[in-house]
Design a binder for this molecule. Structure first.
Ligand code: GNR
Ligand code: NI
Length: 173
């Protein structure tokens, strides 16, 4: 394949980020091409994860790479949380769809996820640390949820105004 082309990332408060993704019916060439383009987009943006929702594709596809070396791509198709630890931790999060904003979100410290990989093979993954946080963050996107929705309405409204203004200025340039 030619080098995969990058996909534009939707920016909060774009209403399309609220769309609930549908399950992938078959891991075919169309989905494999989507995965390649999502990985290229994630690496280009220096993100540790990307959900299809963020590139305006409303199917249950996630790509992740939490490695230091940026060479351990992980693909989760139709992911389901089998188990989430009752123990939680508040950690600083950011989002490629909410540029420049970072704030604390409470998440389970460990999760067990069942998903199809890029070959359509079913796998179970036990995650903790940053990977567990990222999986929960990406699965929220597939449900139409952005991390700022966990913040107070006051903080969320301030973030919304700031990003709307920034996007308005960007349009004028
Ligand atoms: O790149 C990202 N970094 C990050 C940091 C802390 C918690 C979650 C994330 S995910 C984010 C990429 C992104 O927006 N994925 O949806
Ligand atoms: Ni995000």
């Amino acid at each position: 394949m030619n080098p995969p082309s990058l996909l534009p990332i939707l920016c909060y408060p774009d209403p399309r980020l609220r769309t609930v993704a549908k399950p992938v019916a078959a891991v075919d060439d169309r989905i494999r091409e989507l995965i390649e383009r999502m990985l290229a987009t994630m690496y280009d943006a220096n993100g540790i994860g990307l959900a299809a929702t963020q590139v305006d594709v409303h199917e249950r596809v996630i790509v992740i790479d939490v490695s230091e070396t940026r060479d351990e791509p992980l693909v989760l198709i139709n992911p389901e949380i089998e188990w989430a630890s009752p123990e939680t931790r508040k950690g600083e999060e950011g989002c490629l769809s909410v540029p420049g904003i970072y704030d604390g979100v409470e998440r389970s410290i460990a999760v067990r996820v069942r998903a199809l990989d890029g070959q359509g093979k079913e796998r179970t993954l036990d995650a903790q640390g940053m990977l567990a946080v990222c999986i929960q963050h990406e699965m929220d996107h597939l449900m139409g949820k952005v991390f700022v929705e966990y913040l107070s309405p006051l903080k969320r409204d301030r973030i919304k105004s700031k990003l709307v203004k920034a996007q308005r200025e960007a349009l004028r340039t």
